[in-house]
Write a protein that binds this ligand. Structure first.
Ligand SMILES: [Zn+2]
Length: 129
């Protein structure tokens, strides 16, 4: 397991699966294989530094510069980290897939996630395939 990679159960796949081997569902999304807590921590730290600098009376460009640095760090990690395929239902991570294999897989969709995990709140409507 990598320090920078997503945490959770993961398997290596050679192709995009039709159904998830763990939950038998067929809803997947792709994202960079980068630990979410680390990304949120970087943005949180930059926000805190910006807030303190704003309180000390720095001009807008100076107190927004930590956010610019956080954006640059995010873009560097995005460019270097491989993509992973993730099951919406059970969050199983599939690693080892190449970009060409994942180009038809959608990015994360919060509405689809909510329809799967909170069916009573969405009147039981399941996401379309
Ligand atoms: Zn699954």
């Amino acid at each position: 397991m990598s320090f920078l990679g997503l945490s959770g159960d993961a398997i290596t796949a050679e192709s995009v699966p039709e159904t998830c081997p763990r939950c038998q569902k067929k809803h997947f999304y792709k994202q960079h294989d980068f630990k979410r807590s680390l990304g949120v921590g970087i943005v949180g730290l930059a926000s805190l530094i910006s807030f303190v600098m704003m309180g000390q009376g720095y001009n807008w460009f100076a107190f927004m510069s930590p956010m610019l640095v956080a954006l640059i760090i995010d873009r560097i990690f995005s460019a270097q980290r491989p993509f992973a395929l993730i099951c919406y239902d059970c969050a199983l991570i599939f690693r080892g897939l190449k970009w060409d294999q994942l180009k038809d897989v959608e990015d994360f969709d919060l509405e689809k996630y909510d329809r799967i995990h909170y069916p009573k709140r969405t009147n039981g409507e399941q996401p379309a395939d």
